[in-house]
Structures are given as C-alpha cells and as structure tokens.
Ligand binder design. Structure first.
Ligand SMILES: Cc1cc2nc3c(=O)[nH]c(=O)nc-3n(C[C@H](O)[C@H](O)[C@H](O)COP(=O)(O)OP(=O)(O)OC[C@H]3O[C@@H](n4cnc5c(N)ncnc54)[C@H](O)[C@@H]3O)c2cc1C
Length: 383
C-alpha cells in the first residue's frame, strides 16, 4: 500500500492511448490540472500502437455521424499540432481499387460520399484517388501529444490501473490496484478495451466493449518495390478490408484482418492470418504475393456492442465523462475528440483558460520500430 498523499487535480484521464493523450493535451493547454493514469508501464501499448497508422480524412465515413464530424475537425487541427511537435507524417495519398468494371458504380458512390464529407477524391476509371490521406508513426504521434501535455503541466502516472472510483463531495478518488490514489473533480474514461469496466466502477453499465482483432504482416521491400501510396480495396460497411501501405520507416505493411473475439488479452496473430492477408492484398499489390514478411503484429480495436463513439457524461455519474468505443479511427479523430471533451469538461464546471501555444520540446518516444513494440511487449509480458 502506498503512503504517498493523493494527487489532487481537476481532471483525471484514465488511459494513455492516443485518445487520452489528446484529451490531456487539450485540457492542459487551457490551464486545467490533469493527471493521466495508465495501467501499463508505458503509454500507448494497446490499440493506439497496433493500428495502420493512417490519418484518415473520412472519405468513406458515414455523412452526418459524430465520428465523421470529429475526423473532419481533426484534419483541420492536425497540421499545426503535428508540425509544432515534429511528428513524422508521410503525405502519400491513397488509391481505392475496384476489382472489375462492375465496381465502377460503387467507386462513383464512394466519390460522392467523399464529396459530401468535404474530402477531395478523384475518379480515375476503376480507381479512386484520395490525395490527402497520409500515414504516421502512431507511437510517436501518441508520445508527442502526451509529451506536450506534460510540458503544459499534466502529470503521468504509469502502472496505475484504476480499480475503484470512490465518490467524494468534490468529485472522485481514483484508486489504483497498487493502492495509490488520485483525487479529481472529474474523470475522463479513455480506457479503450476496458472503458466498460471503468464505467462500471461508477455504476455505469450503459455500454460494452469487445475486441475486434486486426492482424498485419510487415515486409521490408527492395527499394524498387517500395510502395508510394496506400492501396485499398473497396470498403464494406463492416471493414475497410486488407490494405497495403507504406510506413514512415520504409516498410510495407499489409492488413488488417477483422476478427471479433471475446478475450481482451489475446493479442496473438492467428496461424491462418498470413494466408488471409496475402489473399486479400496480392491483387492490390502483386509483389507481396511471394514476399516473406519480417514481422507480424495484431491490434485489438475497442469496438462497442451496437454502438460507436460513446462520448459524453456517464448516465449513472455525470462527473465521469466516457470517451469509449473509438473503434477504427481514433488516431485520425483524436484531436477532434479531445476538443469535444474539453467543451464537455467546461460544461461540467471546470474553467478553461485561453488555449496556449504548443511548446515544442523533446519527445521521450521509445526507440525501435513502432510496429514491433506492442507485440514484443505483450510477448514478454506473457513469457
Ligand atoms: C487493427 C487496427 C487498425 C486501425 N487502424 C487505424 C488507422 O489506420 N487510423 C486510425 O485513425 N485509427 C485506426 N485504428 C483505431 C485506433 O487505433 C483506435 O481508435 C485508437 O487507438 C483508440 O485509442 P484509445 O486511446 O481509445 O484506446 P487505447 O489505445 O486502447 O488506450 C486505452 C488505454 O487505457 C489503458 N487502460 C485500460 N484500463 C485501464 C485502467 N483500469 N486504468 C488505467 N488505464 C487503463 C490501457 O492500458 C491503454 O493504454 C485501428 C485500430 C486497430 C486495432
């Protein structure tokens, strides 16, 4: 049991994935005292580090949905934030390919959808080009936001798995498995796969999260076979399908799969994943059909059962703001989500000051390839 006195902050953010990191930055920049409480030994060791790293503009998102609006808002906010913080971005564009002339109508419909969402998309026969799509290093992205939040005064507590939310007159005391405690007027629940469990600590059973696994293969292409764009099949309502995309460190990645599972701790790559990915990608990018991958990793999307983008005060406890079920686009939408959460926090009575300029500074990003990091951590944690 720790004897440390409880930290006393205005807002406790539970979870240091990209969403929690962005929320911490949005609040700390406006002078709010923030503690970020993360269960793992380091930030961004879950979905935020095991995705495709694509900064979507929303060309295929459903017009009018909250997710689409927050992706669009992020696209406006992103250039200045990423520029100021030196986050690597490959502005490569994307190409959606139909499989046959019969797909032309579907591509035309996708182009109309993009136009409704304000995203530039160009029909070129049986291909649709989206020049504004880009890729980033999602770990560097997350660490940059969190590092900037810390420079604006936010405090990070790792190995702080929140296991109890004790209500107090002025807010909460958040209690960690270790016994450590942090007091806060408001808590923002950005706990990804475990956001339902964190909400339940406050008596909120209004949503459930399940893992939708996405597996990837990483290839080290010869320079002549490097990919210069994101290649994508026609997306369906359920999934964007298996893509091929370049990384900021010169690799080519193929994936992800989309496999619903129950176990929130199963980060394994299934033996059959390789054949599924190769079958999906070889029509898009033939050099990968016979290539040997150098690595494989899996991510778990925090998917809501029958819901998506649950953002708002908990119906059971308004001092808890849920930011949950951010399933497939949280990297792209994080800055818009954070702006929305800052508005909610202000509406709940925490005074926000003027937004301060971002202070550039060294980002303590982990060394090594982002696409290896979580898989290696999970493997060593279970060894
Ligand atoms: C296969 C795949 C591909 C994807 N591709 C893209 C893409 O190309 N572009 C895009 O924009 N998005 C993509 N996404 C979606 C994106 O990765 C997620 O939407 C985003 O990472 C969600 O971030 P988060 O912070 O909500 O969750 P997470 O990153 O899961 O973070 C939650 C954090 O909360 C912590 N936590 C949990 N419980 C507790 C507790 N009790 N106490 C303290 N801490 C706790 C966890 O340890 C974790 O660090 C993809 C996701 C996957 C899995």
């Amino acid at each position: 049991m720790s004897t440390r006195p409880p930290e006393d902050v205005e807002v406790a953010v539970v979870g240091a994935g990209v969403v929690g990191d962005a929320v911490a930055l949005a609040l700390a920049r406006r002078g709010v005292t923030v503690a970020v409480l993360e269960a793992e030994p380091e930030p961004a060791l879950a979905a935020s580090a095991t995705n495709s790293g694509i900064l979507h503009l929303g060309f295929d998102s459903v017009p009018g949905e909250l997710e689409t609006a927050l992706i669009a808002r992020s696209a406006v906010l992103r250039p200045s934030v990423l520029g100021a913080l030196g986050v690597p971005v490959l502005s490569c564009g994307a190409l959606v390919r139909g499989r046959s002339p019969a797909d032309r109508e579907a591509l035309a419909a996708l182009a109309r959808n993009a136009a409704r969402n304000g995203v530039a998309a160009l029909l070129e026969g049986d291909r649709l080009a989206i020049p504004g799509e880009s890729v980033t290093d999602p770990v560097a992205f997350s660490f940059a936001l969190l590092g900037a939040a810390q420079r604006h005064g936010a405090v990070l507590r790792t190995r702080f798995r929140v296991v109890a939310l004790e209500r107090a007159r002025q807010g909460f005391t958040l209690v960690a498995e270790s016994g450590e405690r942090v007091s806060a007027r408001l808590a923002v629940n950005c706990a990804g796969l475990r956001a339902d469990a964190v909400a339940a600590l406050a008596g909120d059973h209004s949503f459930a999260i399940y893992p939708r696994k996405g597996e990837f293969l990483v290839f080290a292409p010869a320079p002549a076979q490097r990919l210069d764009r994101i290649l994508s099949p026609l997306p369906s309502r359920r999934t964007r399908g298996v893509l091929a995309f370049p990384t900021v460190d010169g690799m080519v990645v193929a994936g992800p799969t989309a496999v619903d599972q129950e176990d929130k701790d199963d980060w394994s790559v299934r033996p059959e994943a390789r054949a599924e990915i190769v079958a999906g990608v070889s029509g898009l990018y033939p050099p990968l059909a016979d290539a040997e991958p150098v690595f494989a990793y899996a991510g778990l999307r925090p998917a809501g059962r029958g819901t998506n983008y649950v953002i708002g005060p908990s119906p059971a406890c308004p001092r808890l703001v849920n930011v949950a079920a951010i399933r497939s686009t949280g990297l792209s939408a994080s800055l818009g989500i954070a702006e929305r959460v800052a508005e909610l926090v202000a509406a709940l009575g925490v005074a926000l000051g003027p937004e301060r300029e971002l202070e550039p500074g060294p980002t303590p990003a982990p060394r090594g390839s982002w696409w290896r990091r979580t898989a290696e951590y999970r493997a060593s944690a279970h060894a």
